[in-house]
Ligand binder design. Structure first.
Ligand SMILES: [Zn+2]
Length: 394
């Protein structure tokens, strides 16, 4: 921690030089933890930022979330933000919530709590703390500082996914802080290709000197990750993996596909289309939930409504066949209606369905799943030009 109580007054290490702090330490002053009131040690090494530490085996919640990276993050962000607003406090104890915000900011119009998260905590804790802040009229701003695996794809654990946010400008995006480089990395237009892997734009670097509240995003150009070849490649890879690693008799999806007499390898390409941007809300692969829509609705009824598709997908959700991603920082719950609408719009554009009234759709041709390689090749040949046309509009 960088803050302690000294004679009931807030004392912050970053306002003093190492030499001044050593002098304080020699006086044997009693620094107390604002959270648990236990006596703290003042640590002034040469490597880390001078800080307060609990004695070992402390049960204090603050003590468990401290690391050199966390201390550095707090100092960098505090140094950046404190000249911008009058009311900026480091490690501010919020009495009503009995918790400490890493940085608390009071602007003319609102209160913001910056929460820097280095270590993994349970997602329900993020939800609970977010709700707590909101109840007090404080907007939480969560910052992820964990290293991310990013090569061609961005691989995110469920904990890291919990930091995904949405803006109409950036679609679903993830902001990561790299204190050792004094900068943020912003990954925008996230598009899942599996439960944990995402296509994204090339990350945009934002130096900490440009950090503002709310975050000002440098103007594009944003390179959309959506390319037909990539999409096709990842879709096929997912299908091959599923066939390779799962037992057809035990796997829930494969069992249904085989039961229907469909060939999993040759499913029509409009099953498994990326529904941008909101399809990310469903954790399962697109092939999975879109196949269920086909099986439960479109294949059965040549005429159907949007409401009917929502009902069948909702039922799959309730029964646990599909699952929603845990995205606690998103304000609005889009629900499956928006996703279904997005999918139907795509199906309409590739001419698989057509709208016959405000609420009713019709399949343009009866369902048929290619059952051998050359039939699938023909389908692919017919489908590609339509798809390219859609991508140009994105
Ligand atoms: Zn404590």
């Amino acid at each position: 921690m960088l803050t302690a109580l000294l004679n009931r007054q807030v004392f912050t290490t970053i306002h003093y030089s190492r030499e001044e702090l050593r002098r304080f330490r020699r006086k044997g002053l009693s620094f107390l933890c604002p959270q648990c009131s236990s006596v703290l040690k003042l640590r002034i090494g040469s490597q880390n930022i001078p800080h307060f530490a609990h004695v070992s085996h402390s049960n204090c919640r603050v003590a468990m979330h401290e690391s050199p990276k966390h201390l550095l993050s707090k100092q960098l962000l505090y140094d950046r933000i404190s000249p911008l607003y009058a009311g900026v406090r480091l490690e501010y104890y919020i009495k009503e919530l009995k918790q400490i915000a890493d940085i608390y900011v009071k602007t003319d119009s609102r209160e913001i709590a910056i929460e820097i998260q280095c270590s993994v905590i349970p997602i329900p804790e993020i939800v609970q703390r977010t709700r707590g802040y909101l109840r007090q009229g404080i907007t939480p701003f969560w910052i992820l500082t964990q290293p991310l695996k990013h090569k061609e794809l961005l691989n995110l654990s469920s904990f890291q996914q919990a930091f995904i946010r949405f803006s109409p400008h950036l679609d679903y995006f993830l902001l990561q802080f790299l204190p050792e480089r004094s900068s943020f990395q912003l990954y925008t237009h996230l598009l899942p290709v599996s439960t944990t892997a995402f296509m994204s734009s090339c990350p945009i670097t934002i130096p900490v000197e440009q950090f503002t509240l709310p975050l000002l995003i440098p103007d594009g150009p944003f390179h959309h990750p959506y390319s037909f070849t990539k999409w096709y490649h990842h879709r096929m890879k997912w299908i091959y993996n599923k066939l390779h690693y799962n037992n057809g008799r035990k796997d829930v999806l494969l069992r249904e596909v085989y039961g229907e007499g469909d060939t999993f390898l040759y499913l029509p390409l409009y099953i498994g289309m990326p529904v941008t941007p909101h399809g990310i809300r469903i954790k399962n692969h697109e092939v999975e939930w879109q196949y269920y829509i086909w099986k439960d609705c479109l294949k059965k009824d040549r005429f159907f409504s949007e409401g009917r598709v929502c009902t069948v997908l909702g039922r799959r959700l309730t029964k646990g066949y599909i699952e929603l991603r845990s995205l606690p920082l998103l304000k609005k719950d889009e629900g499956i209606k928006t996703i279904v609408r997005g999918y139907l719009r795509l199906l309409e554009e590739v001419n698989v369905i057509k709208r016959i009234s405000n609420t009713q759709f019709q399949l343009t041709e009866p369902w048929s799943c290619p059952d051998h390689f050359s039939a699938f090749e023909q389908h692919r040949h017919d489908f590609f030009p339509k798809w390219k046309h859609i991508l140009k509009k994105l």
